[in-house]
Design a protein around this ligand. Structure first.
Ligand code: SF4
Length: 339
C-alpha cells in the first residue's frame, strides 16, 4: 500500500547499501586518509536485507538499487540479487558500481536477476583517474564496462564533474559512452557528508555543462518525461541522449521518492539527513513484517526532508559535516549511505 510524506511524495525507490567499504578513494566522496568503518557484526545478512525489503514493499517500494561503498566487494552478492529478484513487487532491480570488479562478476549478476547497471566513470585519462581515486584501475574499469555492455546490452555511466579536474572531458566522455552503448549522466559535485574538500567554486553547474555541449554539438533538446528519477535527460542533434543530475544548483526534492538503508540497517529519508532510524534493532529483536512496515509507514508519513533545497538556500555553503563529526559518526558519510 502506497505511503506518502508531508509533501505528498510516495516512497517507491530504495537505495540499499550492502557495504561501506570501497576499493577506490574518490576525491568527491572519500578524500580522507582514514575512515571509521561499520562493525562487521552489525552488517545485515542477506536474509535480513530480504526481510527489510519485504517491509518496504508493504509501504510502496517497487524499485531497489544496490550500492555501497562498492557493492561488488560484498561476497556472494548474486545470492542477495536472487532473493530480491524473486520478489514480484520489485519491478526494477539495479546496481551502481565503480566497475573495478565488474568484468569478473557481470555475468553472475545478470544470471541472478539484476536488470540494470550503472558504472561510475569520471575520466578517460589514466593519470587523472589515479589523481581522483588514488588507485591505478582505469583499465579494469574499461574491461568491466565492456563486459557489462555485452551482458546487459545497455548501461548508464555516472560522471561527477569537478572544475579544473575533469570538466574538459565532457565531449570525450559523451563520445566514449556512445562506443559502449551507454547513456552518460553528468553529476554536479555535491556537498554531502564526506565531501570534506567540497567548494562552491569547484561545482560545474548544469547550465555550464549544457553550454559546453551545445557549443560543440549544436542545439540540445530537453527530453520531456514525467518521472522521479534524479537525472534530467537531453538529446543531441543526432539523437544521442545524456543526463544531468543537478542536485547542487537545481535540486529535485519536490518529486523525491527515494530513501536509503545503510549496510548495518540505518534508514535515511534524505541524503542530507543528519538523523536516521535504526531498523537493525527491531529486526534482530524479532519484529514482525507488519511491525517493521509500521515503523516505515510512520517514519515516511512524518518525512519533510528537502535537503538539497535547504543547502541551496543556505548562506554559508561549505562542506556539510566537519571531519571530526564524521570520524565519530560514520553514518554521516556518503560512502556509508550509498550516494
Ligand atoms: S536532497 Fe533529500 S529530498 Fe532532496 S532529492 Fe536528495 S534525497 Fe531527496
Amino acid at each position: 500500500m502506497e505511503t506518502r510524506d508531508r509533501f505528498n511524495r510516495p516512497l517507491r525507490n530504495l537505495r540499499l547499501s550492502v557495504t561501506d567499504r570501497c576499493n577506490l578513494r574518490c576525491q568527491y566522496c572519500m578524500p580522507e586518509e582514514h575512515y571509521t568503518w561499520l562493525p562487521r557484526e552489525h552488517l545485515l545478512s542477506f536474509e535480513e536485507i530480504s526481510a527489510l525489503v519485504d517491509a518496504f514493499i508493504d509501504v510502496g517500494v517497487d524499485k531497489v538499487r544496490l550500492t555501497g561503498g562498492e557493492p561488488l566487494l560484498r561476497r556472494d552478492l548474486p545470492a542477495l540479487i536472487r532473493l530480491l529478484a524473486a520478489k514480484p513487487a520489485i519491478g526494477d532491480l539495479a546496481l551502481t558500481t565503480n566497475g573495478v570488479l565488474l568484468a569478473e562478476q557481470a555475468e553472475a549478476l545478470r544470471a541472478a536477476g539484476l536488470q540494470r547497471i550503472t558504472v561510475s566513470l569520471d575520466t578517460l585519462n589514466p593519470e587523472r583517474f589515479t589523481a581522483l581515486t588514488r588507485r591505478h584501475d582505469l583499465d579494469r574499469v574499461h574491461t568491466g564496462i565492456a563486459a557489462a555492455s555485452s551482458v546487459f546490452g545497455a548501461l548508464k555511466l555516472d560522471t561527477v564533474v569537478i572544475r579544473e579536474v575533469n570538466d574538459r572531458e565532457l565531449i570525450a566522455l559523451v563520445e566514449y559512452a556512445r562506443t559502449v552503448h551507454a547513456e552518460i549522466r553528468f553529476i554536479e559535485y555535491m556537498d554531502v557528508g564526506g565531501a570534506t574538500h567540497w567548494t562552491r567554486e569547484a561545482v560545474v553547474s548544469r547550465a555550464e555543462i549544457l553550454e559546453t555541449l551545445e557549443q560543440h554539438y549544436g542545439r540540445i533538446e530537453p527530453i520531456l518525461e514525467r518521472h522521479s528519477a534524479p537525472a534530467e535527460r537531453f538529446a543531441l542533434p543526432d539523437g544521442t541522449t545524456f543526463g544531468i543530475i543537478a542536485s547542487t544548483t537545481a535540486p529535485f526534492c519536490a518529486d523525491c521518492d527515494r530513501s536509503r538503508v545503510t549496510a548495518d540497517g540505518m534508514w535515511f529519508r534524505c541524503l542530507y539527513a543528519s538523523e536516521g532510524t535504526d531498523l537493525r534493532a527491531p529486526l534482530r529483536g524479532g519484529a514482525s513484517r507488519d511491525e517493521l512496515s509500521g515503523i516505515l509507514r510512520t517514519g515516511w508519513q512524518q518525512r519533510a526532508d528537502r535537503g538539497a533545497e535547504a543547502r541551496l538556500a543556505s548562506r554559508t555553503r561549505e562542506p556539510l559535516v566537519p571531519l571530526s563529526t564524521l570520524k565519530s559518526n560514520p553514518h554521516l558519510e556518503m560512502h556509508t549511505r550509498g550516494g
